[in-house]
Write a protein that binds this ligand. Structure first.
Ligand SMILES: [Zn+2]
Length: 231
């Protein structure tokens, strides 16, 4: 199992999802497996995602209409809940799942979230529970929003405040800044594979916001050595 905040190539990410070729942003229960969201949050990214509640909650924006299904720029059209055939889009499927959870008709949908940092460089953000969804007007059109709550990878329990101190979501701007600053290498040995974003600064010692200064790149070995020392 890949650890949260690991850095992956696109190929490694697809391998981790049973070889599925991941291109689109939203995948509702692909082949009956765990649902997947891909995030892209750089300044020129097509979607706005944001982190709330001190790194516990991710707000994910839905997908646009397919380019060939609308006239002109899909960004000027409402995000669709249904296809022209009337079948639900991924927006529609996740929206129904979130609303069913809110009505207490179903357990929360589990969603694994990956984030693109650069072309070919992805970070695994972990497992989340889909707890809410809504449509809102962004000034131009209606978009879907999905509220995701971080849960433990092993048994999907909602993280306690204690657990959150060393595993909250690292903002994308920080990830991109750290990756660039550390040159895509472990700061201790220079390895370029099996990298992780490491919080180099315990939250218990102050600060609730994650800054690039508190995060660094470590390879699997140095990341493990560090966690051994903590325990
Ligand atoms: Zn290393």
């Amino acid at each position: 199992m890949i650890a949260r905040n690991s850095i992956l190539s696109h190929h490694e990410m697809c391998e981790n999802e049973f070889g599925r070729m991941l291109q689109a942003g939203m995948h509702f229960r692909p082949n009956g497996r765990t649902s997947i969201f891909l995030m892209s949050t750089r300044s020129n990214a097509p979607y706005n995602d944001c982190i709330e509640n001190e790194g516990r909650v991710l707000i994910y924006e839905g997908h646009d209409a397919k380019r060939n299904s609308v006239e002109g720029d899909p960004k000027t059209h409402d995000q669709p809940s249904r296809l022209p055939s009337d079948a639900l889009t991924e927006n529609g499927k996740f929206h129904e799942a979130a609303q069913a959870y809110k009505r207490q008709n179903a357990p929360a949908e589990l969603v694994r979230v990956y984030q693109k940092l650069y072309p070919g460089v992805w970070a695994y953000n972990g497992n989340f529970r889909l707890v809410d969804s809504w449509r809102e007007h962004d000034g131009t059109r209606k978009v879907f929003k999905f509220r995701l709550e971080l849960v433990a990878d092993q048994d999907q329990h909602v993280l306690t405040d204690e657990e959150l101190t060393h595993s909250r979501i690292i903002p994308s701007s920080v990830k991109v800044e750290v990756y660039k600053r550390d040159g895509g290498k472990c700061v201790k040995c220079g390895r370029k594979d099996n990298l992780h974003f490491d919080h180099d600064f315990p939250f218990s010692k102050g600060g609730t916001s994650i800054l690039a200064a508190n995060v660094r790149l470590l390879c699997a070995r140095h990341n493990l050595e560090k966690s051994d020392k903590i325990e």
